[in-house]
Design a binder for this molecule. Structure first.
Ligand code: CTP
Length: 397
């Protein structure tokens, strides 16, 4: 649990997006965080405090005037490692920017010196209005962080300009990044490749493999949470990455090589989790090939071995992590690949082991170092395996 024991305070102000804050509390709790909730009076009109009490497992505070809790605003503001405001309405942002302290939440915000993450949510014209812009600018100058707002349907109907609160998962990711960054990956440029590639036979048929992209996406998310600037180069995958991750979609192995080559001179860490197709049809038909009687033989040519091909483009000192999905004698094959492709680390898994490899949410891996060191990670979710891989990466930086 990546936020185990971390203390957060969620400030909820009165907007229709309040219902999404209930899900946010769940996500933060699932990550292991301790969440105290403070609501404005307006918020209690949308969602009853008892809902947040049940979800957070902690008493919910709504007033400055509760007997016996007179100085709570100062204590609470100091104790939380991070204050998350979701939704942060135009009114809350205005009161905070002006330093008003007319309720418990704004009093805490005025007393706060540590980090604050706000997820604005309001009508799109209210968000674009000059007073809101200037309040956000002044809070940003005070060091506040912001996530969203996103573009999407508002309570009033469709909109194509920002106003809608970011999704709870995205807010939770930003909160985690603020709490978890600061290690060796902070500020470093990380490129992760993910998923299969696809080589066209004709306009409708392709050669591909069973890679789902899950491992690469979990690695990109975990590196981003640790404060890295992450570019994800992904082949076709049903996975999606949040807006903090610069995602580039590619189709073929050659395209993956080209996109990666552009970035390598400025990359500090490359994690090559993609499973590029090793062969492509020698000729790509421009029209759909009709079915013929009898068999069809396809001539295939090899695609570039990207890691070997782009060796000379690597930034000096770049850490390169490869993957090897093997069947039988996986460790020996993995070590040979580490040497052949000039890698610093290789993550080896055995495709035939139950719970490992393609199309599953779990994995079992061994991480081999250039010297003979080896780290084994037993059956765990791909999100946990990603954290274990990044622990090893950070130890090498
Ligand atoms: N890789 C690559 N270019 C390719 C194929 C793979 O750079 N055309 C990378 C993968 O992203 C992975 C590592 O090389 O990090 C090992 O991939 P794998 O498919 O196991 O290696 P191959 O060289 O294709 O070896 P083989 O298929 O013979 O096992």
């Amino acid at each position: 649990m990546r936020l185990a024991g971390r203390r957060l305070l969620l400030g909820v102000s009165g907007g229709i997006a309040c219902y999404k804050s209930c899900i946010l509390v769940r996500r933060l709790r699932e990550a292991g965080a301790l969440v105290d909730v403070v609501m404005t009076r307006g918020a209690t009109r949308f969602v009853r405090p008892v809902t947040f009490e049940a979800l957070s497992g902690r008493p919910v505070r709504t007033s400055l005037w509760t007997r016996g809790e007179a100085l709570d605003h100062v204590r609470l503001a100091e104790e939380a490692e991070l204050i998350v405001l979701a939704p942060a309405t135009a009114d809350l942002l205005a009161r905070a920017a002006l330093g008003l302290a007319d309720d418990l939440l704004t009093s805490m915000l005025l007393a706060r010196s540590g980090p604050v993450l706000a997820a604005p949510a309001m009508n799109d014209r209210m968000f674009a209005a000059a007073p809101t812009r200037s309040h956000i600018a002044s809070l940003a100058a005070r060091g506040w962080h912001f996530v969203g707002p996103a573009i999407g349907p508002l309570a009033e109907g469709e909109s194509d300009t920002p106003g809608r609160m970011s999704e709870p998962e995205e807010i939770a990711e930003h909160a985690a990044r603020l709490l978890l960054s600061g290690g060796p990956l902070q500020g470093s440029r990380v490129v992760v490749t993910a998923g299969p590639t696809r080589e066209a036979i004709d306009p409708v048929r392709v050669i591909t493999n069973r890679s789902s992209g899950k491992m690469g996406y979990r690695l990109a998310e975990a590196a981003w949470r640790r404060g890295a600037l992450v570019t994800l180069i992904s082949g076709p995958s049903s996975e999606t990455a949040h807006s903090g991750i610069n995602t580039i979609r590619v189709e073929s192995t050659a395209e993956l090589r080209d996109r990666l080559a552009e970035r390598l001179p400025e990359t500090d860490v490359l994690i090559m989790a993609a499973a590029p197709a090793d062969y492509a049809p020698a000729n790509r038909a421009t029209e759909k090939t009709p079915r013929q009687s009898g068999n069809l033989t396809l001539a295939l040519v090899s695609t570039p071995d990207i890691l070997s091909d782009t060796k000379s483009l690597r930034k000096a000192g770049m850490l390169t992590v490869g993957f090897a999905l093997e069947t039988g004698d996986a460790l020996a094959k993995g070590r040979a690949k580490l040497e052949r492709k000039d890698l610093d680390l290789i993550v080896v898994n055995d495709a035939l082991q139950p719970g490992a490899g393609f199309e599953v949410d779990t994995n079992i891996v061994s991480i081999l170092h250039k010297d003979s060191r080896q780290t084994n990670v037993s059956l765990a979710s791909k999100a946990q395996i990603a954290e274990a891989i990044l622990d090893v990466v950070e130890a090498e930086l």
